[in-house]
Each structure stands twice: as structure tokens, then as C-alpha cells.
Design a protein around this ligand. Sequence first.
Ligand code: BV8
Ligand code: ZN
Length: 251
Amino acid sequence: MPDSASGRVLDDPRLASAIRRSARVAVLTGAGISAESGIPTFRGAEGLWKKFRPEELANFDAFMANPELVWAWYRFRRDIVRKAEPNPGHRALVAWESLVDKFTLITQNVDGLHARAGSKRVVELHGNIETDLCLDCGRKRAGEAAGETDPLPVCPCGGRLRPGVVWFGELLPTEAMAQADRAASGCDLFLTVGTSAVVHPAASLPRLAKSRGATLVEINPEPTPVSEYADFTLYGPAGEILPELVRWLER
Ligand code: BV8
Ligand code: ZN
């Protein structure tokens, strides 16, 4: 049965005790955790770029049909990410990692803010917006520096570069997905934070964790498909709720 909390997050003693006895913790984050750093989410009211939905631009066919448009979207987003700073939600997860035996932070985000905040064990399921990938030689390289505006960046090999992220219809990196599966299958507590939980295969991880006996806790200001089977849903911003959970754990 889903539970909810407003105000004092840890008023529920069952949640408090589930968190306290969890030595193996896995967390799945989405765009919502970076919202308080000023990075727009994908599917919220603030989440639209011009008139495009993410599915329309984040795919290979869109890139081949109109690479200038797709690059313009990624440049726009890179610019925002480079100016953004980690927020209290990111930092609370850094602290949590230091408090338990095993902590795996699985993220769908491409913004790199978990690593910048100081998280050590981060599994990036959808790649990183700071990388480019060559369509010819297949090498990954650092993305162009700020201010470069070549509409179609080119690899030193002469090949065409694309953003080094995972688009719709593409396989996720095998090792990252395997680590995420292992963490979800073998944790005591699985947290989903700031994700609409509609993009697969990431969205299947919370159910996997629950089916293997983990307590499932969701943090999001709004209900999602996960809310229907989560053990606890904490409705509110990650930047407020996560620090409160960690303060309580540290006591
Ligand atoms: C694949 C990266 C195999 C680049 C992104 C099973 C069922 C149905 C469909 C599928 C399925 N399996 C596969 C699919 C197809 C597809 C898919 O899932 N489609 C969905 C949309 C139906 N999946 C794929 O194609 C995946 N690949 O499966 O490969 C394959 C291959 C070929 C043929 C068959 C199979 C690849 C998916 C990768 C997509 N890449 N982007 C980039 O960023 O540019 S997706 C994009 O969505 C983002 O990157 C993000 O990572 C991802 C998830 O979104 P969220 O992070 O959840 O963000 P969103 O905006 O939606 O939600 C934000 C949430 O935050 C909201 O809930 C909001 O309430 C909350 N929030 C707001 N403020 C706060 C907050 N929460 C907390 N605090 C706050 N302050
Ligand atoms: Zn190349």
C-alpha cells in the first residue's frame, strides 16, 4: 500500500525503521533531482524546448534528418548544465553513500551533477552530455568547449560527431545496465528520486527491486506509475526530503 508524507518525512516509524536497517541501498534518479539546480525536466510544464518532446529529438533518425536542430538542442542544454551547481538533494546522496555498506547511485541524467557533488559510485544509464561520439571511428571524446558554435562538429578523423548519450531506440551501455540490475536485485532499500518512471529499461528497476524483497521508497512532488506499488511515497522536492532523511540517519 502506498503511503504518503507531508511535513515531517519521518513521522512514519515503519519508514524510519526500514531506512535505518538498510545496509545495501540503491537509488534511481531522474531529471527531477536536478530541477532545483535550474536544469529543466523533460516532461514537466517547464520541460519543453521550443515545441519538441524529448522523444522527437533524442533519436538517431531525428539526428540524421536534421543534425543542426539536434545539435542546437544539446548545445542549449550543455550551456545550462555547465552553469548549474549540485543542490542539497545531490549532496544528501553523497552523505548517504558514506553511511552505508553498499550504495549504488543509478542515474538517467546526463548532466554529471552527481559526480560533481562528490558521489563515488555512479552508474550513468543514458551517458553524459559532456561527451561526443564519432559516427565513423566510434571514439568517444570530450564535448566541444563552451562558446564553440560549429553547427556540425567533426572528429579529428573527419567523421561526423553526435552527442555521446543514449537515444530512444538505442541499447543502454551493457556494463552500466548490468550494474544497475545487480544493485536493484541485491539491495535492502531502493529509492526512486525525481523520475517520471516512464522510460524503459530504467523504469523497470524499481519493480525488479521490489520483487526481490527491497523496500521501495519514492520521492517526487507528483504521483508516477511507481507510486502504485511503492511502499512509501514522499511527495515533495528532493532537495528538501533527501537532506531530511540523511539528517535523521546521521543522528
Ligand atoms: C532501449 C538521454 C532496447 C539523452 C533519454 C518497454 C515499454 C515501453 C517502451 C519501451 C520499453 N522498452 C524500451 C522502450 C522504448 C523506449 C521507452 O522507454 N519509451 C517510453 C518513452 C515509452 N526506451 C528506449 O528506447 C531505450 N532503449 O530500450 O533499448 C531496444 C532498442 C531498440 C529496439 C527495442 C529495444 C533508451 C531510452 C533512453 C532515452 N534517453 N535521454 C538526453 O538526455 O538527451 S530519455 C530522457 O528521459 C532523459 O534523458 C531522462 O533520462 C529520461 C527519463 O526522464 P526523467 O528523468 O524521469 O525526467 P522527466 O522529465 O520525465 O520527469 C521528471 C520528474 O521529476 C517528474 O516526475 C517530476 O514530477 C519530478 N520532479 C520535478 N521537480 C522535482 C521532481 N522530483 C523531485 N524533486 C523535484 N524538485
Ligand atoms: Zn572519428
